[in-house]
Design a protein around this ligand. Structure first.
Ligand code: AMP
Length: 539
């Protein structure tokens, strides 16, 4: 029997129409070197219509890839609206990739057009002669460098166009946006989001059981718009009426603390590395004021317990942990303590990766694909499925990443009866000592609770007796000191004895990936090249 419901496609243009009408006066705030630029949802939407008309006049057709090489700013949001709504595909390029990887993904995606911020022109110019598919480059902001050859000025381009572009009715399953994984092993792989997946993901982000973005919110969007669509927040903003603060290149702790005080966001999204830097800067700032915030969302990497405690104890601020991947749009799980749980257990829930949001299913499996118990003890690989989880990669076969319609995440951990996921490692980062797993994530989180430690990363190194043992790479806080013996004694009181690292090294900073996570691949290479000064304690 057929239902009697109307069969309306789920299109991004509907999200935009909804937002520009109901929340017309809500603001997009872009932080610039000369102050804050404000625009309303209505204005942004009308400028996006003019951009779509201009792109069409330039020859952009349905399905064409239009890339962006930009900071988080209003213009980037205009491209976020115009490109998918007109039926083309927005490809958000990661501005921090190595030139070879950047050129590779532009060629692989066959981008024809690129919109670039003027401050990023020199970076894009490094690959200009390696990207023959690109016909037209549009520069946002004045650029007299000439580094990119013939370009078009963004404002001049849209100036000639009228608003009122009619968004076409598209197939909801058609490609809307694409984003490449950060490619920590091998080449980055392309994930293509549809209008439908984006719509459903945006709805999920408004649920009070997830991050609950709503009309009362003003969101400081620190996560880059090239990192999984800024975790979907740009579209959720128009769906929910959430205002956005776009920080552009001001991403260090000090300007963020100032932005929070002056622009008064209610929520902010970023990776733990950012929040660690914000905590550092906040301690040095006499006027710190976090009173506008209802929560901080941290995701993309495990959130250390000490960080959650510090924001709670010093600033009365809740951290919500989110778990997801480029492949999962990304919001797949959120760690909110269940209703009725004892306040003293609050932190026990917040340190976990989270529970899946409605629409997403999770299971853990062993190497053979046998589904394991959800008992909070049995360790396996997380597998995920749902309407905003990718079912393949763009233009490459990678059968190993999928099993019976489930995405194999490469994340290892446990799932408990309440549905909470605990991530102990990435498959490629696990430390297998004498056949047993040591969680590098747990060791790092525990080590970072030491007052002298700013950052700690733990990697597996070969060991004659145990095959692998942990090497603890420590960054001390400025002016602080600690010996490996002291740090080991600190850990000894908190983790199993056989986990305790014998090998220690002090480094200036943990290398970071293009999206700001710990880059253990680089640390492993440095170790193997003999570049790390390793101190070995007797077991
Ligand atoms: P990306 O595709 O760059 O967003 O990276 C996805 C990966 O980040 C996941 O597979 C996890 O390994 C890691 N990740 C994301 N969120 C969390 C979290 N809350 N805890 C631990 N790891 C996380």
């Amino acid at each position: 029997m057929q239902s009697t419901m109307q069969d309306a496609p789920l299109l991004i243009s509907d999200i935009i129409r909804h937002g520009e009408w109901l929340y017309a006066d809500k603001k997009i705030m872009t932080v610039t070197p000369d102050g804050v630029e404000y625009a309303t949802f209505y204005e942004v939407s009308k400028r996006a219509e003019r951009l779509a008309a201009a792109l069409e006049a330039l020859g952009v057709k349905r399905g064409d890839r239009v890339a962006t090489f930009m900071w988080n700013n209003q213009t980037h949001l205009e491209a976020y609206i115009a490109v998918p709504c007109m039926g083309a595909v927005l490809h958000t390029l990661n501005i921090r990739l190595f030139p070879e990887q950047l050129a590779y993904i532009i060629r692989h995606a066959e981008d024809k057009f690129i919109i670039v911020d003027n401050s990023l022109v020199p970076l894009l110019a490094k690959v200009r002669d390696q990207i023959p598919s690109v016909k037209t480059i549009i520069v946002h902001g004045p650029d007299e460098t000439g580094l990119l050859g013939d370009t078009i000025d963004y404002e001049t381009l849209i100036e000639d166009q009228e608003p009122g572009y009619e968004w076409p009715v598209l197939d909801e399953r058609s490609a809307a946006i694409m984003c490449y994984t950060s490619g920590t092993t091998g080449n980055p792989k392309g994930v293509v989001y549809s209008h439908r997946s984006t719509w459903l993901h945006s709805m999920a982000s408004t649920s009070a059981n997830s991050i609950g973005l709503c009309e009362k919110d003003r969101c400081l969007l620190i996560v880059p718009m090239f990192h999984v669509n800024a975790w979907g927040a740009a579209y959720t903003a128009f769906l929910a009426g959430t205002e956005l603060i776009m920080p552009q290149m001001f991403l260090q702790g000090e300007p963020i603390v100032k932005m929070i005080r002056e622009l008064r966001p209610t929520i902010s999204l970023g990776v733990p590395t950012i929040w660690n830097d914000v905590l550092r800067a906040a301690q040095l700032d006499d006027e710190v004021d976090f009173s506008s915030l209802r929560a901080l969302l941290a995701g993309g990497a495990a959130v250390p317990r000490v960080m959650i405690e510090a924001f709670r104890d010093k600033y009365g601020l809740d951290m919500i942990q989110g778990w997801g991947m480029t492949e999962t749009s990304p919001l797949a799980a959120v760690s909110l303590p269940p209703a009725g749980s004892a306040p003293e257990r609050d932190i026990e829930y917040r340190v976990k990766a989270g529970r899946v949001v409605a629409g997403v299913e999770v299971r853990i499996t062993d190497e053979d694909g046998t589904v394991l118990e959800r008992d909070g003890v049995t360790v396996g690989e997380f597998e995920i499925r749902g309407p905003w989880i990718t079912g393949s990669y763009f233009g490459v076969e990678d059968d190993e990443k999928f099993r019976d319609g489930w995405l194999r995440t490469g994340d290892i951990g446990t799932l408990d009866q309440e549905g909470f996921m605990v991530i102990s490692d990435r498959t490629k980062d696990v430390i297998k000592s004498g056949g047993e797993w040591i969680s590098s994530v747990e060791l790092e989180s525990t080590m970072m609770a030491h007052p002298a430690v700013f950052e700690a990363a733990v990697i597996a190194v070969p060991d004659e007796k145990w095959q692998e043992r942990p090497l603890c790479c420590v960054v001390l806080r400025p002016g602080e000191s600690a010996t490996p013996e002291e740090l080991r004694a600190f850990l000894a009181a908190r983790v199993a004895k056989w986990w305790l690292p014998e090998r220690w090294t002090f480094i200036d900073a943990v290398p970071k990936t293009s999206v700001g996570k710990f880059d253990k691949k680089v640390l492993r290479a440095q170790y193997h090249e003999g570049e790390l000064d390793v101190i070995e304690l007797r077991p």
